[in-house]
Design a binder for this molecule. Structure first.
Ligand code: G6P
Length: 610
């Protein structure tokens, strides 16, 4: 949610900033801007729209060559997308320019106070207040002024600041919004995420909340809020820059869909050792697991959908009651915590603001936190008692695919691990589940190749003009229907509703008319007959039914108009397969409708505001 970059070094800053923003565009793309500092002046160019608009404007208004600058790509919160609301924001005398990711919660109060002192504001943003306040409190010392500013602002922020009096300094700070410091040779960087650094350096510092960083060309100093220096450990990026490239695919989303077998392999195989699930370094003991009375799962978006699948699997295998909550609801519903409980927090980015707040709430109540996270060193990973990483690699497309399926695989492993610790898994059962887990990457690859043979694309072209879809299922299939429906909604802008197949007749079936597309996910062996009845109910009302079922269930073809087959699997793991045709279907529908698949309207990948 908003991408920040900053550069200080020997190279011309604008190309570095623009390349960084390009790789952060997944964080927001409704407007963008850059400021550079040269010869004691700050020059700024900003443009509404995605980065191509800023690029075009920079061609018209070439900025002077500078080696210090900041850049921003925005996902609007306060104030509509517009040139003037874009970052960087300046103080009224033009002494500082500032970029911000997050929300300043007391901005109205600060604005009123500054207006009384004669400040006037150009934009509707909360960010401009910080720039104005900085200038108002500015005493010639960057770090000292920032410390005073931070005493006044409340909320979440990652800030990058330049000042015309200090063309040799780039200042930054973070609290509850991500920010990294890239360490180069005679150059240093700030960025919201690693891809922005990869072309220049692989060494970086992870900042903790309330750490202030002063970057110069030849060094980086870090301070706490009292101005005391802090020593930091240098981290090293282990993945290659090419993972953040499209590698011949039209969109990152399809590349990431096709990467799922490899991501699953990397997530699963190091954790199955000598016929056992092995979570290295995890502090949860067998005794703790055996005494668990309840598990809370909290997450947002697709990670929440993974949690719903996780509940079915965990309850079935471990008999521990599981509650799954949307993080933004959980944090405000005064949840009841008890002894011997565990909170499983799921997040691809590890930075989602509501999920992080839910984690903190549970932790404060004394509940142990086990997180499933993709981004190493992210806030959620760092604040958890135990972390199990999904090794999906960077996910760029806003709509998650490999992030979600690797989360499912970790949830299966947790369920098996807990069931074994509780003595609930018979040897032959364990063997069967582990075999299934090992086969997951290979079978995923088979499904993806079958789905890409053209039939799903043809179906997508046939149905791409429809404006309403229903996706139905029972049990785990219903959980998978929710994720499938979200995929279709977020990238193709088609309204679709996931429904528990047995519930449809209690009202929603009134919406089914001649030709309404209904996708029926029918993979739960014990519920198959009931699901077939539900298909007949909608068929009788004119629905056009596409069924997703397992090979061998040929009788489903008798009741559906189209059938997509997935390989046979244990009922507990089917969500991993039946979501795949839906990812590919949603992708082709979005392409056929001319949508921007990787950057759907109004969305951002990493939601670091409430
Ligand atoms: C955003 C993304 C979703 C994602 C959700 C949670 O809304 O667009 O794809 O599922 O955030 O993100 P997280 O990083 O916590 O998994």
């Amino acid at each position: 949610m908003c991408g920040i970059v900053g550069y200080i070094g020997m190279q011309p800053a604008v190309p570095v900033l623009m390349a960084g923003l390009k790789s952060l565009e997944y964080r927001g793309y409704d407007s963008a801007g850059v400021s550079v500092c040269v010869s004691d002046e700050i020059y700024t160019v900003k443009a509404k729209g995605d980065l191509s608009h800023l690029e075009a404007k920079l061609k018209e208004t070439a900025l002077p060559e500078a080696t210090l600058g900041i850049g921003h790509t925005r996902w609007a919160t306060h104030g509509a997308p517009s040139d003037v609301n874009s970052h960087p924001h300046m103080g009224r005398k033009g002494i500082v320019a500032l970029v911000h990711n997050g929300i300043i919660e007391n901005y109205l109060e600060l604005k009123a106070e500054l207006m009384e002192k004669g400040c006037t504001f150009q934009s509707e943003t909360d960010t401009e207040i910080v720039a104005q306040l900085f200038e108002y409190l500015y005493d010639g010392d960057m770090v000292g002024t920032l410390r005073k500013v931070l005493q006044r602002v409340h909320g979440a922020y990652a800030l990058g600041i330049i000042c015309k009096d200090h063309p040799d300094q780039l200042l930054a700070v973070r609290k509850d919004s991500p920010l990294l410091v890239g360490l180069g040779k005679e150059e240093n960087f700030i960025a919201s995420d690693i891809p922005a650094l990869l072309s220049y350096t692989r060494d970086y510092y992870l900042l903790n909340d309330n750490e202030i960083v002063l970057l110069k060309r030849d060094g980086v100093s870090i301070f706490d809020l009292d101005g005391n220096p802090i020593e930091k450990e240098v981290f090293h990026v282990s993945w290659d820059a090419s993972v953040a490239e499209k590698e011949g695919y039209d969109y990152f989303m399809m590349k990431e869909i096709m990467e799922q077998p490899r991501a699953l392999q990397k997530t699963i195989s190091p954790r199955i050792l000598e016929g056992n699930i092995n979570f290295e370094g995890i502090g949860l003991t067998e005794e703790m697991i055996a005494s668990l009375r309840r598990i809370h799962i909290v997450a947002c978006g697709s990670a929440w959908h993974a949690g719903i699948v996780g509940r079915y699997v965990l309850e079935k295998l471990t008999r521990i009651p599981v509650e799954v909550d949307i993080a933004s609801e959980f944090r405000y519903r005064d949840p009841i915590f008890g002894e011997n409980e565990l909170c499983i927090v799921i997040s691809q980015s590890g930075e989602t603001a509501d999920t992080l707040a839910a984690l903190r709430l549970a932790k404060q109540a004394g509940v142990r936190i086990l997180s499933i996270v993709n981004v190493v060193g992210s806030s959620i990973a760092r604040e958890s008692d135990d972390v199990i990483y999904t090794w999906a690699g960077p996910e760029i497309a806003v709509a998650t695919t490999k992030g979600y399926t690797t989360q499912l695989s970790v949830l299966y492993m947790i369920a098996l691990y807990f069931a074994k610790a509780k003595g609930l898994l018979r040897q032959e059962e364990e063997k069967m589940y582990l075999e299934e887990l090992k086969l997951l990457p290979e079978k995923t690859s088979q499904v993806l190749h079958a789905c890409n043979s053209g039939s799903i694309e043809a179906l997508a072209k046939q149905l791409c003009k429809r404006e309403d879809f229903f996706i139905i299922g029972r049990g785990i299939d219903y959980a998978a229907a929710m994720e499938s429906s979200l995929k279709l909604k977020e990238i193709s802008y088609i309204h679709s509703e996931a429904y528990a197949a047995g519930e449809l007749k209690h009202g929603t079936i009134s919406l089914i008319e001649e030709g309404t597309p209904v996708i029926a996910i029918a993979t739960q062996s014990t519920l198959l007959e009931k699901l077939v009845s539900n298909i007949k109910e909608v068929k009788a009302r004119g629905a056009y039914v596409i069924a997703i079922t397992e090979e061998g269930n040929s009788f489903v073809a008798d009741v559906a108009d189209e059938v997509i087959y997935i390989p046979k699997a244990t009922d507990l793991f089917t969500a991993s397969y039946n979501v795949l045709p839906m990812q590919i279907f949603a992708y082709h529908v979005a392409v056929a409708r001319g949508c921007n698949v990787d950057k759907p309207r109004n969305l951002a990948k990493s939601v670091t505001v409430e």
